[in-house]
Design a protein around this ligand. Structure first.
Ligand code: COS
Length: 393
């Protein structure tokens, strides 16, 4: 049984503790019976759609969006849900998280009409959302985005390529960041970006390629060829795109930390079981001091990560202010330390730890991308340093 004593920390209200119990009950009820997804694309896509529908029916996707104008995303709710789901099944965490990330810009900056049209079906699990920021030449450097959105009559025409798009191919809409002014790269590259909601059925939008990854989930490259969207697809005003993307990442980077935390907690649970069950040199593994050192390091890393994740979430929820530094610290520390925690768990399992399909082997694959997506560890260090140096000026 996972340690849930962190829920007694003052960051949480009773509704958060109840949410943790609800997600736990959902996982026990719905995820245990979910067929282990095969490594073929169709089965993975079907599993994702199924999980989204189940999350919607259970009411858990209500925590992924902020439908009422003037309200904000509940970052602690997002984090708790991701943490608990990640402890049980990486694909369930992925499916939940993308419903939030793929509507984050609408929850944060959407008009009343955009909220009403897009958020309720996503919260019911009836429609699938995706976030399309990265491009082949614009990953870390958002200001290098080259996808163009040209004003044309009463709408915009999009041309360009987006890649590493989670839910690519199964999403019903994509929030796409494209250039309405200025040139890619350079000092002013971040200005002139705008955010659009593009329905998957928009003519001129195609799935150019499926990308197979280490922990399989739907991931694709999208091509926009004279893809026309109406003027009301624009989120906020022209030129707001960079700010909207960053504000979305300020929320979701913290939740990536929470997912990493869920993976790390699961690794510790597995390691503790191994310590009880495995005997070596005539004693249980857990009675050896070298093992105890690992267990101590794992538990310490988990608590430190949890403090950073829930500090960032609590600060955003209770102040509403920009939490760029706190979110970057949470993501950086939680993902990097989870990788180490999981690696230690694999080591404690010995040869069994690298057998395809065992829990710690799956965690070892699941964690890796979290140190890259939504801002690499290197970008998080740049963001933290820039904030610390700026404050000292
Ligand atoms: N919230 C609101 N506004 C923000 C912001 C935030 N979190 N971060 C920056 N801004 C504003 C800045 O205040 C600045 O405004 P002004 O032009 O009015 O001064 C503007 O946006 C540009 O900011 P900055 O100069 O910091 O932008 P840079 O081009 O230097 O880029 C980094 C900053 C590198 C941090 C950004 O490009 C980044 O986060 N890259 C990683 C992207 C990423 O996560 N990719 C993964 C894709 S999602 S899977």
């Amino acid at each position: 049984m996972a340690d849930t004593s962190f829920l007694e920390w003052p960051f949480f209200e009773e509704r958060h503790r109840q949410l943790a119990r609800d997600v736990e009950a959902f996982a026990a009820r719905e995820l245990a019976t979910l067929a282990a997804h095969a490594h073929d694309d169709a089965a993975i896509d079907a599993a994702c759609r199924d999980i989204v529908r189940r999350l919607g029916r259970a009411g858990l996707l209500a925590h992924a969006c902020a439908p009422a104008p003037g309200t904000q995303l509940d970052v602690r709710g997002l984090c708790i849900t991701r943490e608990v789901l990640a402890r049980h099944a990486g694909l369930a965490d992925f499916a939940f998280a993308m419903q939030g990330l793929g509507t984050g810009a609408i929850s944060i900056a959407g008009s009343a009409a955009q909220r009403a049209a897009y958020l309720p079906p996503v919260m019911r699990g009836e429609r699938i959302a995706a976030f399309a920021l990265s491009e082949p030449q614009a990953g870390s450097e958002v200001g290098a985005i080259a996808t163009a959105a040209s004003r044309d009559g009463d709408g915009y025409v999009l041309n360009g390529t987006k890649t590493w798009i989670s839910n690519g191919g199964i999403a019903d809409h994509y929030v796409v960041f494209a250039r309405t002014a200025g040139m890619p790269g350079g000092k002013d590259g971040a200005r002139g970006l705008s955010a659009f909601i593009v329905d998957a059925t928009a003519p001129g939008l195609e799935i150019a390629a499926r990308i197979p990854v280490i922990a399989p989930h739907p991931l694709a490259t999208l091509a926009f060829r004279d893809c026309r969207v109406p003027a009301h697809a624009l989120i906020g005003a022209e030129g707001d795109g960079f700010r909207i993307a960053m504000a979305t990442l300020d929320v979701f980077r913290t939740t990536v930390g929470a997912a990493a935390l869920g993976f790390a907690r699961r690794a510790l649970d597995e390691a503790l079981r191994r310590c009880r069950e495995r005997e070596v040199f005539g004693r249980p593994l857990g009675e050896h001091q070298l093992t105890q050192a690992k267990i101590a390091d794992m538990a310490l890393a988990i608590d430190a990560a949890a403090l950073l994740v829930y500090r960032a979430a609590w600060t955003k929820d209770t102040t509403g202010r920009r939490v760029t530094r706190e979110a970057s610290m949470a993501k950086l520390y939680a993902t990097e330390s989870a990788q180490q925690v999981i690696d230690m768990a694999v080591q404690l399992f010995g040869g069994t730890g690298v057998v395809a399909g065992v829990a710690v082997e799956a965690l070892y694959r699941e964690i890796r991308a979290l140190r890259i997506y939504e801002g690499t560890s290197e970008i998080q260090r740049l963001v933290i340093a820039s904030s610390v140096l700026g404050a000292a000026r």
